[in-house]
Design a protein around this ligand. Structure first.
Ligand code: DX5
Ligand code: ZN
Length: 245
C-alpha cells in the first residue's frame, strides 16, 4: 500500500526565540506534520526541550505533532507528552530493555506509536513489534543534532524495512540530513514520511519554507515514479504520462 508522501519539518532547526511564529509559518508553508525532537543530554549528547514546550505550542496549529523522544528511559515521560498534545510518540529501540511494553503504553494513552532505530541498529530490532506500531523512524544521521550529513548506508535498511512492513498500516519515516537532493533516493527505497530541519528552515519566511517543503515533496514523489522500462519493450504513446501506481 503506497501511502501519500508527508513532509515533517523538525522544529529543532527553528528560531527558538520566535518559536510560536515559526510554528505558524511552517503550518502555513504546507507542513504535513510538525516533528518535535526531544533530547535529554543522556540518550543523545544534546538537550532540547520537554513536554511543557509541546504544551505551549499545541494551541498554535492543528497539524500532527510527531514527537521523537531521544530520551532514556522514555516510559516515565510518555503520559506527560501524551497530555501535552503529542499525536505520534516515537521511542528509540535502544532507549530501554522493554520496547514492546513501551509501545503498548503509548497506544494505551491513545496515541500513535513509533519506534526509531539509530544508524547502527539493524532492522531486526523491530521484527517482533510490527503489530505494536504505526510508524518506523529510520535515523539517517546519528541522533542529537540537526544539520548533519545524510548516511547513505541507511538506504538499504529503509528498503528492508519497507519489505518487513508489507501491507501493514505503518508509515516509514526517515530523519536526518534529508534534503531535496536525497529525497528521491529515500522515497525510492520505501520512505513515505520525510523529516527535514535545516533543509526546510532555510530563509526566514513562510514563503521560503513553502518553497523548501515543496522542493522536497516534489523530489520524493519523483523518486517513487516507476523507472520507465526500456522503450523497446514498452512503447510510450505520445502525451502519455507515467502514472504513479
Ligand atoms: C536529530 C533529529 C532530527 C534533526 C533533523 O537527532 O532527530 O530530527 O533535527 O535535522 P536535519 O534535517 O537538519 O538533519
Ligand atoms: Zn527527529
Amino acid at each position: 500500500m503506497t501511502r501519500e508522501i508527508f513532509i515533517a519539518p523538525s522544529i529543532l532547526a527553528a528560531d527558538f526565540a520566535r518559536l510560536g511564529e515559526e510554528i505558524a509559518a511552517i503550518d502555513k508553508a504546507g507542513a504535513d506534520w510538525i516533528h518535535c525532537d526531544v533530547m535529554d543530554g543522556h540518550f543523545v549528547p544534546n538537550i532540547s526541550y520537554g513536554a511543557d514546550v509541546i504544551k505551549a505550542i499545541r494551541p498554535l496549529t492543528k497539524k500532527v505533532f510527531d514527537v521523537h523522544l531521544m530520551i532514556a528511559p522514555a516510559d516515565p515521560y510518555l503520559e506527560a507528552f501524551a497530555k501535552a498534545g503529542a499525536d505520534v510518540i516515537t521511542v528509540h529501540a535502544e532507549a530501554g530493555v522493554h520496547l514492546d511494553r513501551s509501545l503498548q503504553a503509548v497506544r494505551a494513552l491513545g496515541k500513535q506509536a513509533g519506534v526509531s532505530l539509530c544508524p547502527a541498529t539493524p532492522e531486526h530490532a523491530i521484527e517482533y513489534v510490527l503489530d505494536r506500531i504505526d510508524l518506523v523512524l529510520v535515523m539517517t544521521v546519528n541522533p542529537g543534532f540537526g544539520g548533519q550529513s545524510f548516511l547513505e548506508s541507511q538506504l538499504a535498511k529503509i528498503g528492508r524495512i519497507r519489505t518487513m512492513i508489507g501491507n501493514r498500516p505503518i508509515r516509514l519515516e526517515v530523519d536526518g540530513g534529508i534534503t531535496r537532493d536525497n529525497a528521491a533516493a529515500v522515497a525510492a527505497a520505501g520512505a513515505d514520511t520525510l523529516v527535514a530541519g535545516s533543509a526546510v528552515f532555510r530563509g526566514n519566511s513562510s514563503a521560503d519554507y513553502a518553497g523548501n517543503i515543496a522542493a522536497i515533496r516534489i523530489a520524493a514523489e519523483a523518486g517513487r515514479v516507476p523507472k520507465l522500462q526500456d522503450s523497446s519493450t514498452q512503447p510510450m504513446r505520445a502525451g502519455e504520462s507515467v502514472r504513479l501506481r
